[in-house]
Design a protein around this ligand. Structure first.
Ligand code: GDP
Length: 204
């Protein structure tokens, strides 16, 4: 199986929006989950990676969507998890979010890895850490995307990346900016490495 190329990202299309596990699409090759706090820049990152403006909807209403949005192309599938971390979300909504996400992450067979989007000005907040710890216990690999890097000086960028790498040595990490299109090749390579791992297992 040849490796994922930029064309596989550009060919991504919306598949469905799943408010619960029954609505998940049939597994179809390697799947990469995108997670992050609301407003971290997840939709912007997805759109930048796929070179599309409206693929993942950027929202001014934080925490609005409580569904997993699936996107696919021939050899790649993304699961865009609803953003987390809004203080004023009612406990019932929080609980529904948690059961949707845990149900997905714990049982999804073709899940190849998680891209965790964090605002580079505020990386590794409590819930980010909990998700990483929990996911790693399930044997899931993480790629940490430190976005909005354009808001940091060059020095701050270097220091932030070093700190995150030091604190999370088992994950890969990088700086990213959707606005400046910084880090796109590196992110695509990390995603391709996750996907190639799963696709190879299928072939063997
Ligand atoms: P989501 O809630 O995680 O999907 O976040 P969005 O992609 O909707 O982005 C939240 C806000 O951050 C929006 O106002 C975006 O314009 C802004 N944003 C996202 N990515 C970047 C970036 O790389 N640089 C800058 N400066 N702003 C960004």
């Amino acid at each position: 199986m040849t490796s994922i190329t930029p064309a596989d990202f550009k060919a991504m299309r919306f598949v469905c929006s799943a408010p619960n596990a029954r609505a998940f699409p049939e597994p179809d090759g390697a799947e990469i989950a995108f997670a992050g706090r609301s407003n971290a820049g997840k939709s912007s990152a997805l759109n930048a990676l796929c070179e599309r403006t409206g693929l993942a909807r950027t929202s001014k209403t934080p925490g609005r969507t409580q569904a997993i949005n699936f996107f696919s192309s021939d050899r790649l599938r993304f699961a865009d998890l609803p953003g987390y971390g809004f203080a004023r979300v009612p406990p019932a909504v929080k609980a529904a979010w948690q059961s949707l996400i845990e149900g997905y992450l714990a049982t999804r067979a073709p899940l190849a890895g998680i891209v965790l989007i964090m605002d580079s000005r505020r990386p590794l907040l409590d819930f980010d850490r909990q998700l990483i710890d929990w996911g790693m216990q399930q044997g899931l690999g993480f790629h940490l995307l430190l976005t909005k890097a354009d808001k940091l000086s060059r020095n701050q960028q270097v220091n932030t990346l070093r700190r995150v790498e030091r604190e999370m040595p088992e994950a890969s990490a990088q700086l990213f900016s959707a606005t400046k299109r910084q880090g796109i090749d590196e992110a695509r390579a990390a995603i391709a490495a996750f996907a190639d791992g799963v696709n190879e297992q299928v072939v063997e």
